[in-house]
Design a binder for this molecule. Sequence first.
Ligand SMILES: *Cc1c(COP(=O)(O)O)cnc(C)c1O
Length: 403
Amino acid sequence: MKRSTDLIHHPYRAPTDFDAPQGGVFKASTVIFPDMAAVRSRDWMRKTGYTYGLHGTPTTFTLEERLASLEGGVHTLLVPSGLSAIAHANLALLQHGDEVLIPDNAYAPNKALAEHELTRWGIRYQLYDPLNVDDLRQRIGPQTRLVWLEAPGSVTMEFPDLVAQVQACRDKGVWSVLDNTWGAGLAFNAFDLQPGAAEPLGVDLTVHALTKYPSGGGDVLMGSLTTRSDALAQALKLTHMRLGTGVGANDAEMVLRSLASFPLRYHAQDQAARALAAWCAQQAPVAQVLHPALPGAPGHAHWRQVCGGSDGEGRAAGIFSVVIDARYNAAQVDLFCERLRCFKLGYSWGGPMSLVMPYNLKGARRLPSPQLKPGIVVRLCIGLEDVPDLQADLAQAMALAFS
Ligand SMILES: *Cc1c(COP(=O)(O)O)cnc(C)c1O
């Protein structure tokens, strides 16, 4: 019988000079130390050594460093989902008695987390008007510790005056934390919103749902937190370590693999989304197109200020919403969504397949939203299909549902 011990403690060591475009997948719970001096001296916090799988492997360290560069930060931490990244920011930075401010058009689970979990721990929250910096400024009180920012907001895509919002947080001495899933490190640099300024003005921390563009396949859930601050990074790493929320090496490797094509995909999806958004604006059933790069859309001027770029064309993610004219009912909007063939019914975005989802915002927003026309909102996430096919698909479903 083959001895099990030989299968585990095999003497063969593969040559270590293997090099390839992809760095390989390093998987471990246990990490082996050569001696006790290594046990006592290794420092996973500084990424100078390995101690335990949860605290990092070559695969996760590599992905973290690439993401830090992408977003213009210094330190990045991986977590199991974008929502988990939001939770980590709250849990690392807030304590009993603190208050957190969230834009009214934020990613809905961010608001739900505050309402149902943070409040149970004695952390209060308030929603603020994302399009009114004075409203934000007035709500920042003595207990406020953290302000969530989203640019643009989820579903309704209003681009806020990010520069003024960050300045308001800085003036009041509170953390500014941006959900940077949309900009993704490509549309603008969240840590340097006014490139060329003498003193960089930027957020303290970003979270990113890598589930979207960096994964790009609709098949990985992962999130990240990025900062330039050593102190914030330290606080986040300790909370992360205590919560035990590491990511799988195979998932990290999939994101690393997709990262190389990410700028090309982002650009292609941006171009496609803008073409389709412009077409939608001409269609009779569409009362309003919500795409920050479209002139006239809520927050367009703010988008241009931050994402305009030197080429005048600017950068945007390949996602937008349309408000279906209020004369059409919910059943008709459902029919439109169901009759699309290229666009599939589903959540998330950034993958190869175009997606659609209707949102009835009645009740979802607590503050008035005069920038939005009445009607049901339909969000369109543009994949990598050919634009004429997507346009024809929208046209046939509109004709069918809204005749
Ligand atoms: C999808 C999304 C998240 C959450 O990401 P998951 O990985 O699905 O948890 C957070 N913020 C925004 C803006 C998103 O679109």
